[in-house]
Ligand binder design. Structure first.
Ligand SMILES: Nc1ncnc2c1ncn2[C@@H]1O[C@H](COP(=O)(O)OP(=O)(O)O)[C@@H](O)[C@H]1O
Ligand code: SF4
Ligand SMILES: [Mg+2]
Length: 351
């Protein structure tokens, strides 16, 4: 099914209360709550960036959305079909509409296959264009579109003949050959030389313009998200803590975690941050998520407010309209508390 068959306003991808749990090796090891209740939509032609530190659950979200791993709870609706529990046979035709580009172009391409075979493989899996001439034309076209010239010659090569940037272009060609409506890109430029990054990003954004493609774009780099995304979702310890348009999330963060991230990145358009906010301590383990607000052990606002009980006792949910954040004390532009989502009593109970 293509995006055009969606009802007006219906997202290409709808993710609801997604959970991903990794069981420990033995019964004594606690499970890892890598994704702990994540919800978001991606609309046709939209770029949604998931941003967060290493280990916050970005790759687990991507792999669950692709059904490369089984979510422990939640719902994934792709192009109007609930795929959460679909068997592999029923999943296959729907999966053709969503493709993935991985972080490491050295690992993600099978070294024994030629570029031609790598790009043709999705066509074989999905039994498309079985006539040889048609298939060949589609592969060469995909390589051309991915900026790999001359396509005929590149098609004969093996991955070890290619640079990192060329490999990532091959991966993008392979992702595009089925004409998907959504690409899940997991840190697609973070393993590339800085000099090659802009070219790959430009290619991805051009393809989006030409084909009304949507992206779930995963990155640990907030300034990169600012450049590519229509909306940014900030992830902390398996949860989205803030989501909205870049101008809002970066220009006027509501969550103390986002505020701290923004304060240390050079984003001129966001206005110079008054001062850098250095977060104390390490991100806690996803095996032992703090009670109440999971950010409280590192939250500068919590300290500033005199450690209110509510932060330790109540888990804040996302609140807002087009710009949402999960904090009991949402910030305004100056970092002051703008709104109290839950009126608090000294015991931390809702008043
Ligand atoms: N296969 C796995 N087994 C156990 N724990 C895992 C596995 N993969 C990831 N994790 C853990 O899940 C959490 C989220 O990891 P991941 O989704 O890779 O985050 P990110 O992509 O944001 O770096 C981390 O605590 C990580 O250590
Ligand atoms: S709820 Fe409290 S601890 Fe959590 S981010 Fe807001 S102020 Fe900080
Ligand atoms: Mg990752």
């Amino acid at each position: 099914m293509s995006a055009t068959e969606l009802r007006p306003g219906e997202p290409i991808l709808h993710v609801e209360n997604l959970h991903v749990t990794y069981q420990g090796r033995s019964r004594k090891t606690k499970p890892v709550l890598a994704v702990d209740g994540v919800s978001f939509d991606v609309h046709p032609g939209e770029v949604l960036a998931l941003v967060g530190e290493s280990g916050c659950g970005k790759t687990s979200i991507a792999r669950a959305v692709m059904r490369l791993l089984e979510p422990s709870a939640g719902k994934i609706v792709l192009n109007g079909t609930d795929i959460t529990r679909l068997g592999h046979r029923a999943l296959r035709p729907i999966r053709a509409g969503i493709q993935m580009v991985f972080q490491d172009p050295y690992e993600s391409l099978d070294p024994r296959q030629t570029v031609f075979d790598l790009v043709a493989e999705p066509l074989s899996i999905h039994r498309r264009l079985r006539e040889r001439g048609e298939r060949r034309a589609a592969v060469l076209r995909a390589l051309e579109r991915a900026g790999l010239h001359p396509a005929e010659e590149i098609a004969r090569r093996y991955p070890h003949h290619l640079s990192g940037g060329q490999r990532q272009r091959v991966a993008i060609a392979a992702a595009m050959v089925l004409e998907p409506s959504l690409i899940v890109a997991d840190e697609p430029v973070s393993m590339l030389d800085v000099s090659l990054r802009a070219g790959i990003l430009r290619l991805m954004l051009d393809l989006r313009e030409q084909r009304d493609l949507a992206y779930l774009f995963i990155t640990h780099d907030l300034s990169l998200a600012w450049v590519v995304a229509d909306r940014i979702a900030v992830v902390y310890l398996g949860r989205i803590v803030e989501i909205g348009p870049p101008a809002e999330v970066i220009g006027s963060p509501k969550h103390p975690y986002t505020k701290a991230l923004v304060s240390v990145i050079p984003v001129p358009e966001a206005g110079a941050a008054a001062e850098q906010i250095v977060l104390v301590g390490e991100t806690p383990s996803a095996r032992a998520i703090p009670a109440g607000c999971r950010f409280h052990p590192r939250c500068w606002k919590y300290e500033e407010l005199g450690r209110p009980d509510v932060c330790r006792t109540r888990d804040p949910s996302l609140a807002g309209d087009i710009h949402d954040a999960a904090c009991h004390f949402l910030l305004d532009q100056d970092g002051a508390v703008a709104a109290t989502a839950v009126p608090t009593t000294p015991q931390g109970d809702p008043a």
